[in-house]
Write a protein that binds this ligand. Sequence first.
Ligand code: CA
Ligand code: CA
Ligand code: CA
Length: 332
Amino acid sequence: MRQPRNIRRMAFGLPLVVAWVLAIASPAGAAQTYTVTQLTDDGDGVCDDTCSLRDALDTANSSPGADTIVLPAGTVRIDQSGADEDNDTFGDFDIKGTVTIRGQGATATTVQSFVPNQRVFDVRGVDFTLQDLGVAGGTGIDQGGGIRDMFDGQLTLERVAVHDNSVGTDNAVFAFGSGIYKSGGSLIVSDSAIYNNGSLSPGTNFYGGGIYLDTASADIENTTITGNKARSASGGIHNNHSNAVTLAFDTIAGNSAPSAGGIADPSHTRIRSSIIAANDGGNCDGGPSQDQGGQRRRRGLRLQPAQRRDRDGPVAGASRRYTGAGRGAASR
Ligand SMILES: [Ca+2]
Ligand SMILES: [Ca+2]
Ligand SMILES: [Ca+2]
């Protein structure tokens, strides 16, 4: 039987009304997107019509949702100097809420520290994702020249260049990870480049020119690790506790250290279709790797020597997007 016209109108309009009510009643903790409008580090702590990266992080850090921060092209500066701290007030950007920071391209947007003894990003117990940007100029103390993550979350880098960072020490003993330091949890890197971090200069005993993994696992795919240096050992990657590390379609070449120029403790590293060659101090140290075979048909990035010196060094366009199924990368 045919319904009266007004009933049919109600039936047609009801889903629209429900959708509208749901839209305006979205939970307060919903993820937000913040757009950074200025490259300078002189914000006021509020991401409004003037929004620095520090403003956006201050807002995201106090928001419960998994937020996204979008950066413009250019060099996003760290200029606020002051006491070393973890509340995003001075120096390194302290990440205290789950967030993704997205730039306009690994050579188009660079987040760079201009404050002595300050790294770029300090991850404080949350999941953190970087996409399409560069991380440079960090000079962190003790752990993580460019990026430090002292906790168990997941640190994800997609189409990111980590370059020209160094790690120092405040007690003249040890320092770890000029490019990236990851304590526990997992490090996921894809379609990226980690290059020209660290140095061989006397004065600091440090391990892990490119990446230092304490107890963290890692999946590193379609990525080039080159030109990194470690004063003590492990020019490219230091795997401190025989953690599960998977390398696929990577190039680890041209790194330097007195030992393990390429990668230290590869005995628990599953390697597929990757090149580990021409590292000063040896390509691998600490036992045979687990060769997963495969053809070397892919190179993460192609960095020419002249280009490596460019602070905005190139990252090739992603020829293969990361699927997120990282745990099985070596067996695909
Ligand atoms: Ca503001
Ligand atoms: Ca800090
Ligand atoms: Ca800080």
